[in-house]
Design a protein around this ligand. Structure first.
Ligand code: FE2
Length: 191
């Protein structure tokens, strides 16, 4: 399975070497965090390899896939900005093309862009790994990378907060779940 996904990615992203580097960076980061928290590393590896597999779908095609596969498609399409829709189509590809049925993998892919409240460790680690993998060089990513060494919850809060601020600054749609996640992780880290 992992071999098949990797060779598909190599072909698909032949002309997007930075995206491929990003995906491998997410995989390595997720595996090293997964070891620390005693998780099933194979599940994390599959989730990391597939999380951006539809990153280059057009907006129109993402909409089509989402309408066909999600009962709550109206809510998704009215709340999530264009840059985040690939998470939903990537989960469909995981299920349909690679026959992934494991909910930890599917849900981690779906929530990797803006997070959600009360993520499980698979979801949280994919979310954080996407934000802090080594090719990310923004100040916020460097800051969150450091925080993740000691607290995943605090790192999650900071990543969500910075993402919301960034999207707000760009006047982009931000889903309710991102705001709810920000409150959830803020309260957790204040306990
Ligand atoms: Fe990503």
């Amino acid at each position: 399975m992992i071999k098949r996904i990797t060779s598909d990615l190599e072909l698909l992203l032949k002309f997007k070497p930075n995206r491929l580097k990003h995906i491998y960076g997410v995989k390595d980061t997720a595996i090293s965090l997964g070891k620390k928290y005693n998780l099933d590393l194979r599940k994390l590896e599959i989730a990391a390899l597939l999380h951006d597999i539809t990153k280059y779908y057009s907006y129109e095609y993402n909409c089509e896939v989402i309408k066909k596969n999600y009962k709550n498609h109206e809510e998704i399409l009215s709340e999530f900005n264009k840059a985040t829709l690939h998470a939903f189509s990537a989960a469909v590809v995981a299920k349909e093309k690679y026959n992934i049925t494991d909910n930890d993998i599917i849900n981690a892919i779906i929530s990797h862009t803006v997070g959600k409240p009360n993520m499980n460790l698979y979801e949280q680690i994919l979310f954080i790994s996407d934000y802090i993998e080594p090719t990310r060089k923004y100040d916020s990513c460097i800051k969150v990378r450091k925080i993740a060494e000691s607290s995943l919850d605090k790192a999650t809060y900071e990543a969500i907060n910075d993402s919301i601020n960034l999207y707000e600054g760009m006047n982009q749609l931000i889903p309710k779940t991102a705001y709810q996640a920000r409150i959830y992780y803020k309260e957790l880290t204040e306990e």
